[in-house]
Design a binder for this molecule. Structure first.
Ligand SMILES: [Zn+2]
Length: 467
């Protein structure tokens, strides 16, 4: 993983987008909100400097999640104190209730003046994955500003959203803002290690209070620039689903023996053959029933001849296009369930045949499939009764959120993106190939929209160190 950075201008854009969403959400439905409220187009110089410094300070707190059990708890607590200090209005406004959940996560309830309007929710997380010093051009927790970029772990994933959401609210409050529609802000502290202590507990708390949400906005989904060959212009992709996952352990038990008289097959040999079959047999190509097809159809007019014709006629050219997409690792991950062999354990001594061999496979499930279906496929591919399967963790893909005219969250994001980024002609639905905390909130809403308003180029993708 190389450096993480985010353009200072992009930070302002993130903030502006949240600012606009919050401003626009006051009781408007469907198409009504087109032009219904003014987006503030400028911040004062002083405000711009303050928001930049606030982000740098947030990056400098090493809120690392190492594992499900181990986090930098001191830093997580420090982060809570930090946001109190930087956003005084947020914490001292009568219609905002702040609660700490699961010791470190933050839940804000912003009470609107019209309780009849269904509330919505803005989400982000402030924990980050570990960052070893090597490979970084600057120390990963420096928050150093250089050449117009702020460097550090969390600048893209996801302290930029945390700070932008709170900053937008702080600035709105200082402009005497009072919302009509209530909303929630949830800031998770363990998203990188499954969100069970943060998001899951906040979700349970809201459910116990009978909360139902009009929609949720969380990270993932970007303004993509240069990802598709021959597409010159950037486009915005709002993820309306995300892949599911299975952590699957494969295990082979055999009788132990001595290497001087080895059996024909060993636990290592059997397991290796099974893993090799798994790697050599891709899961089915789901292009036909996936969201990428919709994305490409919407982008068709942006391409020149003959690509525009090909993408406008996927009923005919679909098989050809899907074969091309298979060649690239990222687009391949968008059209099928992927299986990544990530851990292997066997043997302790050079002359001992080990009785046990174990391997772990990380599987990311395409939204058109389920955990049960994929497990069945994997068992059929391995096709060896001596291989045992242990599911360590599994969850289905996020249900696909609506994007029709009545889908308040999607329409609002769509129009807001086009207002804030007038150079972006096209906003498309897509799939998040990672995982976010939003899956813990499917009990509260059917509208989950994943969009982080940051320009992302292919070289930035590896900087995320995500999921
Ligand atoms: Zn994240």
């Amino acid at each position: 993983m190389a450096r993480c950075n985010v353009c200072v201008v992009a930070l302002a854009a993130v903030l502006l987008l949240v600012f606009a969403i919050v401003s626009r959400s006051n009781g408007l439905k469907g198409r009504e909100f087109q032009g219904a409220s003014r987006i503030p187009s400028e911040f004062s110089e002083e405000e711009l400097v303050a928001m930049k410094e606030a982000l740098k300070g947030a990056i400098q707190i090493p809120t690392v999640s190492f594992s499900h059990e181990e986090s930098n708890f001191t830093a997580l607590a420090e982060f809570g104190e930090y946001i109190h200090k930087v956003f005084p209005a947020v914490f001292n406004t009568s219609f905002i209730r702040h609660e700490v959940v699961g010791n470190y996560s933050h839940l804000f309830t912003i009470q609107g003046s019209e309780p009849s309007l269904q509330p919505y929710m803005l989400m982000a997380h402030f924990d980050v994955v570990p960052a070893h010093e090597e490979g970084w051009e600057v120390p990963p927790f420096s928050g150093l500003e250089r050449d117009g970029f702020i460097h550090g772990r969390g600048t893209l994933d996801n302290k930029n959203s945390v700070m932008a959401i709170l900053q937008a609210l702080e600035l709105l409050l200082t402009r005497n803002y009072k919302p009509r529609r209530s909303f929630f802000i949830t800031l998770g502290h363990d998203e990188e290690v499954s969100g069970t202590n943060g998001a899951q507990k906040m979700s349970a708390l809201l459910q116990a209070r009978g909360v139902q949400l009009a929609f949720i906005v969380d990270e993932c989904g970007f303004i993509l620039d240069g990802f598709i060959p021959n597409l010159q212009k950037p486009f915005a992709m709002i993820s309306i689903s995300e892949k599911g996952a299975i952590d699957l352990m494969l295990q082979v038990n055999m009788t132990p023996g001595h290497s001087s008289a080895p059996p024909k097959e060993t636990s290592i040999g059997i397991l290796s053959a099974a893993l090799s079959r798994l790697e050599q047999t891709p899961m089915p190509n789901m292009f036909k029933s996936g969201l990428l097809k919709t994305t490409l159809q919407q982008l068709a007019s942006e391409f020149s001849f003959p690509t525009n014709i090909v993408l406008s006629n996927l009923w005919l050219f679909g098989p050809l296009v899907s074969r091309i997409l298979e060649r690239n690792d990222v687009t391949n991950a968008l059209i099928r369930t992927t299986t990544a062999l990530t851990m292997y354990n066997a043997g302790v001594k050079v002359n001992v045949i080990p009785p046990v061999a174990k391997a772990t496979v990380n599987i990311r499930i395409h939204p058109a499939q389920t955990v049960v279906e994929v497990l069945e496929l994997i068992k059929n591919i391995v096709a060896d009764g001596r291989v045992q399967f242990h599911v360590l963790r599994a969850f289905d893909p996020l249900p696909i959120s609506p994007i029709d005219d009545q889908a308040l969250g999607y329409q609002m994001l769509h129009q807001t993106i086009q207002s804030v980024f007038p150079e972006v002609n096209i906003v498309t639905p897509g799939t998040c190939i990672g995982n976010t905390d939003s899956r813990h909130y499917t009990n509260l809403t059917t509208g989950i929209y994943l969009f982080n308003p940051v320009y992302l180029q292919p070289q930035d993708f590896r900087r995320l160190g995500l999921y």
